[in-house]
Design a protein around this ligand. Sequence first.
Ligand SMILES: [Zn+2]
Length: 603
Amino acid sequence: MGLIVLVLLLSIISQPALGQSAQIALFWQDQPVESIGPQIKQGTIYIPIKVMEYAGAAVHIGQSDVRVDFRGQTFEFFPGETDSNGSFAEFEGEYYLSSAELKRLFNLDIQWNSSERKIVVKEPEIKRQIIGLDFDDSQGRAVLKILHQGKAEYQVTKLDPGRFKIDLFRTTLAKPLGMLLMDHPLVISVRAEQLSRDQVTFYIQGREGLAVESRLDQDNLLLEFFYTVESFEYRKMGGLPMLFYQSQTGLPEYREYLDSDLRVVREFMGVKLLGEAKRVDVNDDLIDYYEYFQDGPSVVAVMKIKPALQGFFSQSVQGKRLAQILKIRSEENDIGTEILFEVMGNPYARARKEGSRVIVEFSDTQANSVVRDLRYTSEYSGLTLTKLTDDSINVEILLKDAKGYALTQKDEYTYSVQLVKVGLQAKLVVIDPGHGGYDPGATGVFLEEKDLNLDVAFRLRDLLENLGYMTILTRETDLYVSLSERTNLSRNSGADLFVSVHTNGSTNSSAKGIETYYAPQSSEGKKLAESVQKALIVHTQAADRSAKDAGFWVLVNNIPRAILVEIGFVTNPSEEQKLNDENYRQKIAEGICSGIISFMMQK
Ligand SMILES: [Zn+2]
């Protein structure tokens, strides 16, 4: 917020119109303003500055000035100076502003009610409405932000295990949101309904056992969804100490390290402990004690090991409390230039563009002695590393001529920023293997969705690259990638197509077939989905569940040519058998590929 200093010149009003004020009452909204009333002088209505305290401002009467701090801005007035327009005045030790000036400076609504002889000062009515949604599921928990104009008023009600209802009062939906499908390990779907003229209700379907917290962030409503854990239990297995947990939601990624006090520490991010924190003395031949507790948005589980186990754990526990950037190198490739960060530990990386720079922020990270092996190219001309705090590092990449960028984690130890060159002749396809890491997606008897998606994505990549397409995968290993990271990739890289690969699941084990989704109202997405669906059925002979629209989050918040393919039901025993066959998975990839080619041939 900027500091606005207003210097107003004061005119000396010689004869305050005493007497009239007694007859005029002053109100802040519907609340009477006590002790002092308005003044009228030569037809101008003066309103005491103190009314601003009712509006939530701080009014300071100083020796030489009057200062009003209101919504992050400071307004200053100087008594005793000459004011040509007479907007600031002093009557008998009280300070006043003309009604016109008060309205102009503080953007207030001032009304004169002649039948009741009162002046009502209030905030102007603004249109209160829900203008959109944001979903961020990085770092364990998931955050749904309901973007609101005007302060949101709300109430959260738990319906069934995993189901919540959030009522927002005195508001409307700026545009229909419909049903949004997250296909996320905590949040399955979000639906918004305008129930009456001034009330909107959100229904959240989540996993059983999830915990919800709500708060306002400025005018917006933040709903935070957490994994939950009931307890941890110690067991000896194969001569090693282990901690097992009880959890309905399952637990997300964790950071593990051995501290200098021989404590093996595991931090589970985005988790709430449902039971009590506990410390249990064990004193066997492996550990002294174990304990677990809530620490901010994380649950921490600790085992204090015996010195004899130090060697084992310093080998097996890779992470340190903070990750380290060890090396940064760049390589030219067909897409442009790739800048690779070799790290140790588990950083959290996030990228944004500011002017001609791409800024990658690594949190929970240190960079003490980084080996640099960089060759500047036509895409970038500089790279600087700055320490933001003790545990976060900013990397600024100075762009020269780049169409876009894509931040991905290549494997456990490597992060990549791919700079896309200007004038890339080939089409760029972002391939998104759904789920990964602690999120298996749908599961069959012996197969998990995340593995099938990745396998088909690799096959699709090879087929497309053989035909001269360029590809970027949202993940190349068994790692969890948040939904926002997936969609940011296609949006920031300047990609032509986004293809998400998923495998279906159903409680009905006879459900079968292939279907392809596009975002509602996306005509390009629809054409692409229809082309891919048609080719898939030709290549696989699977049951045709058709191309259809649905509010999948990865489609709704993406480039126009975005589709999500459900390659079959892992929950159907005969489809699971087929999906287990690599020849069949190759046919699926060929189907998707030829559908893409047919679509692109029309363009
Ligand atoms: Zn899925």
